[in-house]
Design a binder for this molecule. Structure first.
Ligand code: NFD
Length: 365
């Protein structure tokens, strides 16, 4: 489909996205560790060579050792997170007013999918029962938020589900987000606590078994208007709407076109990091392809570059960036006006007048 760039830009600008209920004062940070650099793979190999020499080595005995295998205390962490999610975070109120879920039962559904199983035998239905139990009653209307290349800012903006609901705000994902796990056949523990594979070369579905199904299920439960935060400043030739992203492979194709979970509109928010190059804007490159796919599915499409709320969040994280300087000064003046009833420049002018009056008089007399 050929779309004239100028026309589509004008159309896009006129389709303003209304962003509701932003409580930007509450900032949250992801509990996920940073993505591991590739060189760790070599270190991991060395470490697993060392530790597998001892058949009975268990890094989770007594003092827990950090490995690239299953997170020590997986069971306790998951059950603990589940209880915290339901009783502390949500204050006993479940989505749709439903009853609290049994955290042990949820963990057991998860465990029976993975324990004693080899990583490469996993597929997209392995965790089916877990997601059914954990997400069965979820229905996110007009507040579902997807992200790609924008993990931190999307979650700050989503504000733990108060503004928007991301996959990670759901019980199913919150229980395991940032954790590592993999099963081990013929092993007393049934989990590999030393090393988990990243890739399974003979079965690509193994790699998507959990997060692929999580993304798919979440997308199927989103309804009305949905939001997608993309990165228009991707480095190394990556695009904002990548071919191999979870968003493209598992979320967009699973948004429903009819029924109770019908999606009506897809709102794209394209962010450009302060002090980074602008690689793509709405109506350009991969975003044109995204627009085409969204419209082919019969959804309305809107795209906005850098909404103000998100500029503010980006500048709060990169306050020293060039693009944020003027905004900081203007904010200071506005705040001073609120505090003292006069803006900074007026205050400076006033001080100057007072200063020259005093010193002027001294000089004359
Ligand atoms: P991506 P995408 N720290 O940014 N989703 O479209 C850590 F540790 O390229 C969620 O492929 O976008 N990991 C999860 C990160 C997993 C970070 C898969 C970070 N700062 C899919 N940023 C999840 N919660 O783990 C990115 N990653 C990982 C769903 C990320 O976890 C979400 O609903 C993923 O494994 C979202 O709408 C991989 O890097 C979409 O798919 C690719 O993230 C994001 O996947």
């Amino acid at each position: 489909m050929n779309i004239d760039c100028t026309t589509s830009l004008i159309e896009i600008k006129s389709q303003h996205i209304s962003l509701k209920v932003p409580h930007l004062s509450v900032k949250t940070h992801s509990n996920r560790p940073s993505l591991k650099p590739l060189r760790n793979v070599t270190r991991r190999k060395m470490k697993s060579k060392l530790v597998t020499k001892n058949k009975f080595y268990n890094p989770c005995n007594e003092v827990h050792t950090k490995t690239n295998g299953t997170t020590c205390g997986l069971r306790e962490i998951m059950i603990g997170r589940c209880s915290h999610y339901q009783y502390i975070k949500n204050g006993f109120v479940q989505p749709n007013g439903s009853r609290a879920k049994n955290c042990t039962e949820l963990y057991e559904a998860f465990e029976s999918a993975v324990r004693y199983k080899s990583y490469c035998n996993m597929n997209m239905s392995t965790y089916g029962r877990y997601f059914e139990l954990a997400l069965g009653d979820l229905h996110v209307i007009n507040r579902a938020m997807f992200w790609s290349g924008t993990y931190a800012i999307a979650h700050t903006y989503g504000s733990n589900g108060r503004n928007y609901v991301t996959l990670e705000d759901t019980l199913a994902a919150a229980m395991v987000n940032g954790l590592t796990w993999c099963g081990k056949e013929n092993d007393t523990e049934g989990f590999d606590f030393v090393s988990c594979p990243y890739r399974c070369k003979d079965n690509q579905w193994a790699d998507y078994a959990f997060w692929g199904l999580a993304s798919k299920t979440f997308a199927q439960l989103a309804a009305g208007e949905v939001y997608v935060v993309l990165n228009g400043s991707q480095a190394n030739g990556k695009s904002a709407f990548r071919n191999d992203s979870y968003f493209r492979s598992f979320e967009l194709p699973n948004l429903r076109q009819n029924g109770t979970y019908r999606v009506t509109k897809v709102n794209i928010l394209v962010l450009h990091s302060p002090d980074a190059e602008v690689v793509e804007r709405c109506g350009q490159k991969s975003l044109l392809e995204l627009e085409r796919l969204v419209q082919n599915k019969g959804f309305d499409y809107a795209c906005e570059d850098d909404p103000e709320e998100l500029i503010l969040i980006m500048c709060s994280e990169h306050w020293h960036a060039r693009e944020c300087q003027v905004a900081r000064q203007v904010l200071r003046q506005t705040w001073n006006k609120k505090l003292y009833g006069i803006s900074n420049s007026n205050r400076n002018l006033l001080s100057l007048v007072i200063f020259s009056l005093i010193f002027g008089f001294n000089f004359i007399f």
